[in-house]
Write a new protein. Structure first.
Lengths: 198, 198
DNA sequence: TGTACATCAGTGAACGCGCGTTCACTGATGTAC
DNA sequence: TGTACATCAGTGAACGCGCGTTCACTGATGTAC
């Protein structure tokens, strides 16, 4: 088979392609193995079909790769939430509910990416801040509609965010505990903090 | 100095002492480094002042050591909560508040032990179950006193536990967010889920 | 009371492995003249 | 149009390290007779 020899090497001028291929490989490893510790330089380059040394053409260190991976995961997470809100229509409580559902679906379907962007140690401030600002907007609209305008919106948002994050993290523990499903929990959470307006 | 030569070796019949010394060493490493991955067999035995081979006199594998460490951490956590409840007196809401404060203090003072017993992956069912049963008892007493006796206690407990766990995990993220302090948050959380009874 | 033996609580050297990182090299593709 | 050269996108061998684990050994302390 002397058929067309495939270009095994990235064409000239597009060397940056390998960079995203390496991030892809790292994401796949994290998704499969769960622990970012498995995304070693050698494992990532092996998966990308490239020699370990090629790694250094695009990253100065393993930490730099993980930072890039977290940044990508965060973009995807935030886009997922935005889509959930947009699909929910104009009503404030519907929008908050849509965000909550999207949040929990992401955490459930991609637990390892979720774990990467909300790490136990050295939390990424950008994640907290940007997501939290989004959430505060949704909560403020609900509070206004519910007539609890005098409430401290920031505190309400903290309460709701804590609840949803805790539920996402604990959700798989304790088989003997009857966990409400995502939809039900988001509803209960909004009612608990924002009153029975809906 | 030919003073009394210290017994550098555990006296006969008390070989089990090394077992707990190894767990001590592992706990110290986790507390200092944050990540259980650093608690390798060699690092643990080095810290305990013993040869790597001595490890196998007491544990069949590294995983067995980590299991023992988690079990110990969980005992300490549960004892801490029980003490917080006992010190709070007989009033149901005071007791729930005491548990919540103790929970958050433990998570704040010993974040790495907390992270070990509420791991992101492979959650330990015993932890979830035993702690959750404790919590359900406290919540049931509050619900009864608050006159929301018709409410689903299990669901209320899920909501409160999720909130407190989420707050504990997120608490250090986002410096620009104004987090309520532990006491205030526990109060808000109880009021949100159990009504304004207190 | 002495002494041979068993047990206990370890040690020390060695193995093969995967890791991060460095170094010198390669071979195709473009560009200047 | 040819050709020398530069650049790009990598490769391959090697290093020293810490790791888990195995193996044969040691030396003090107790026990049977």
């Amino acid at each position: 088979m002397a058929a067309a020899p495939q270009p095994e090497r990235t064409p000239r001028g597009q060397g940056e392609l390998l960079r995203s291929r390496l991030i892809d490989a790292a994401e796949a490893i994290v998704a499969e193995q769960g622990d970012p510790a498995h995304a070693t330089i050698r494992a990532v380059t092996r998966r990308a079909g490239v020699s370990p040394t090629a790694f250094y053409l695009h990253f100065a260190s393993r930490e730099e790769l993980l930072t890039a991976l977290r940044a990508r995961g965060f973009e995807e997470f935030r886009a997922c939430l935005a889509a959930g809100v947009a699909a929910a229509g104009p009503e404030p409580f519907d929008r908050l509910h849509g965000a909550g559902r999207a949040y929990l679906r992401f955490a459930r379907e991609r637990p390892n990416v979720y774990g990467l962007i909300f790490p136990r140690h050295e939390p990424d401030d950008r994640v907290g801040l940007a997501s939290f600002e989004d959430l505060k907007g949704l909560v403020a609209a609900c509070a206004e509609q519910a007539g609890v305008a005098d409430a401290d919106v920031e505190t309400l948002a903290v309460g709701i965010w804590s609840g949803i994050h805790g539920y996402a993290m604990l959700g798989r523990a304790g088989k003997n505990v009857r966990w409400p499903d995502d939809d039900e929990f988001v509803g209960l959470l909004a009612r608990a903090w924002l009153g029975a307006a809906r």
